[in-house]
Ligand binder design. Structure first.
Ligand SMILES: *[C@@H]1O[C@H](CO)[C@@H](O)[C@H](O)[C@H]1NC(C)=O
Ligand SMILES: *[C@@H]1O[C@H](CO)[C@@H](O)[C@H](O)[C@H]1NC(C)=O
Ligand SMILES: *[C@@H]1O[C@H](CO)[C@@H](O)[C@H](O)[C@H]1NC(C)=O
Length: 417
């Protein structure tokens, strides 16, 4: 099974006095879907496409000090600028040979899971990076915690298949349709060596507990017990017909003291709740440059980005000859025409549309296109409001925001004044 997970944690500090405290950031949407992986392939285009959640300054190479400058995060607790990423899943249509990007969202869990010794659960050290899983793994080793930590769950909200082993949580993809979609799940190792924020293989500074992958005491080599991080990537496979082999993988925070919620509801955890801003999370768009290629938002693909031919069976990964060209990097935003700059988000006209001829539904709409529609009327004025009010995704660029409900993104060109 082909599955890797990587993450970068920033300033999230959580300390609990209650053994089973946990909290969940549910339904977190991706920030960006792109071929970048700052842990495995720093500074370059990564081998496969990732779905990335969290801080808006996710980029090819960055560190803690850069990431904390993120304007926003897709995680509702805005001071949490951590990034988490996982391989994107595609639907492969065998008759047409095409790949379609399958919509994804994440549930991120922070769990307090001490073992029999009831060790102190520590906050994540600032700047920790780690990965779980192995993109080259083809065979599940049922006695390995690292392999047990990655699982798949077929969602069937009608519970029509309760008790059927073919529908249970499992180490592999399902051989049948999942009526409510599917969850790919990963449990990160929670024992830290206490010294290194990263390691050459991005794994050895961390270890799974002695008794189990998801709870237990820490081994003497990795004595510092951290909060357990578990996340679920929800994949809407139910939107596509089931054909065997048709699901293809492409391949964080502030100081929290005594956050003792035991039902997972972050809003019951005072300091986390104070920092929740769902509007900002929903409006958050990436800030940095990404590889300039279609990962499947603008059309279906005839091949997966990178060298990722369909890989069937347990043999070695197929190679590409010739190697596909590597895209250059480009701004996530369509550059504005010369002379124009963005002032912010303003309210609509009070007696009609401020812009009568521009429309968000124009399939080519970006801010650059919008700049062609000069002037506003019907009572709209040059007073900016909260940036996150302008949260609608531009039809012509999934990584850019074009106004919002009853709001307009205001662009200005002094030479046209
Ligand atoms: C499976 O995992 C166990 C525990 O980590 C290890 O001892 C064993 O060598 C692994 N088997 C294979 C075939 O890799
Ligand atoms: C959008 O752009 C495409 C390609 O540049 C062009 O063919 C099409 O006419 C444009 N559509 C509109 C509504 O402007
Ligand atoms: C709009 O307001 C901004 C900030 O106050 C100011 O810099 C800009 O010149 C104004 N633009 C127009 C077109 O009035």
């Amino acid at each position: 099974m082909v599955f890797s997970k990587a993450l970068l944690l920033t300033s999230f500090v959580a300390i609990s006095t209650t053994a089973n405290a946990y909290w969940i950031f549910g339904g977190t949407r991706p920030l960006v879907t792109t071929r970048l992986d700052s842990i495995i392939n720093p500074g370059t285009v990564s081998s496969h496409v990732h779905s990335v959640v969290g801080g808006s300054r996710f980029q090819a190479t960055y560190d803690y000090n850069d990431l904390i400058k993120s304007q926003c995060s897709t995680i509702p607790v805005q001071p949490d600028k951590s990034n988490y990423w996982a391989p994107q899943l595609y639907y492969h249509d065998p008759s047409k040979g095409t790949y379609t990007l399958i919509p994804t969202s994440f549930n991120i869990y922070y769990l307090m899971r001490p073992g029999p010794k009831n060790e102190k659960i520590n906050a994540f050290p600032t700047g920790l990076r780690m990965i779980a899983g192995d993109p080259l793994r083809r065979v599940n080793n049922a006695s390995s915690f690292a392999d047990q930590a990655i699982s798949y769950h077929c969602l069937d909200y009608n519970a029509d298949h309760t008790g059927d082993p073919a529908w249970d949580e499992r180490a592999d993809f399902f051989q049948h349709q999942c009526p409510g979609g599917m969850r790919a799940q990963v449990f990160f190792p929670s024992c830290w060596d206490g010294k290194n924020l990263d390691s050459a293989d991005h794994k050895s500074h961390m270890a799974y507990p002695i008794q189990n992958y998801n709870s237990g005491d820490c081994p003497s080599t990795h004595p510092v017990h951290l909060i357990s991080l578990f996340y679920e990537m929800f994949v809407s496979v139910d939107q596509f017909p089931y054909v065997p082999g048709n699901w293809v993988f492409s391949f964080g925070d502030n100081t929290v003291d005594q956050c003792t919620v035991t039902n997972g509801d972050v809003t019951q955890c005072g300091i986390l709740n104070a920092n929740i801003n769902n509007a900002a999370a929903a409006a958050c768009k990436p800030e940095m440059s990404i590889p300039n290629e279609n990962v499947g938002f603008t059309s279906t693909l005839t091949s997966l980005p990178g060298c990722n031919p369909l890989w069937v069976g347990t043999g070695p990964k197929p190679t590409c000859n010739p190697a596909p060209p590597t895209p250059g990097f480009g701004s996530v935003k369509t550059p504005l025409p010369s002379g124009w700059h963005e002032l912010g988000c303003i309210a609509e006209g009070t007696s009609g549309r401020a812009l009568s001829s521009a429309s968000i539904t124009d399939p080519n709409m970006t801010k650059a296109v919008c700049a062609n529609y000069c002037g506003f009327s019907n009572g709209a004025v040059n007073v900016t409001t909260v940036w996150s009010d302008c949260s609608s995704t531009c039809a012509g660029n999934v990584n850019e925001d074009c106004g919002g409900p009853n709001r307009l993104t205001l662009l200005y060109n002094p030479s046209k004044h």
